[in-house]
Ligand binder design. Sequence first.
Ligand code: PRP
Ligand code: URA
Length: 212
Amino acid sequence: MKNYPNVTIFHHPLIQHKIAILRNKDTGMKDFRELVEEITALMTFECLKDVPTRKIMVTTPLEKTEQTVVIENSVAVVPVLRAGLGMVNGVHMLFPTAKVGHIGMYRDEETLEPKEYYCKLPDGIENKIVIILDPMLATGGSANAAIDLLKAKGCKEIRLMNIIAAPAGVEAVAEAHPDVKVFIANLDRQLNEHGYILPGLGDAGDRLFGTK
Ligand code: PRP
Ligand code: URA
């Protein structure tokens, strides 16, 4: 795959270790859900390293000191339903005041084209850092549709966070939206003929919510 300056792939052993457990077909729903949250929190640490800050004065038991804090209304997350919901708590662990918008999208099983069925976004989202959450980036169709929608609403600072990505999906997003910073925990090998990521982890929504 080409090298894209706005694409960050994590090679951290703590993330890799958690992904090994996540991939395992015998990992149950509870562990799967917790791992998705933990990996998301680790990724959020990097994804928000340039979040806007301000200075405040804090009184310790010994003296007053100036300290940096984040500007609380500067971030929104937008999980792509369903599977993106599993990542929201992971961001909230580190940034509890992030507002949450929802975009409902499913892939047509034949064409793999994304179909939008729901959209509810926080007021003022266009002035925030917006992080789209979806554990899986396969063809990139759903991510590109979500980015198009947010850009049409006026969002200017959009980031995309995926746990597992296929090269085709990364290329599709990076070529269509070179301004969007993409954060991926693991780049996998390829897609199969049904648009599933190999080696992947199966259907993230089904594993998070126990639907199959
Ligand atoms: C999965 C996944 C992404 C999409 C990725 O959702 O969570 O949204 O597929 O595929 P793409 O990159 O080819 O668009 P799915 O459509 O299975 O819906 P679900 O989350 O409701 O299960
Ligand atoms: N969506 C998933 O949940 N898994 C894949 O492998 C591809 C798309």
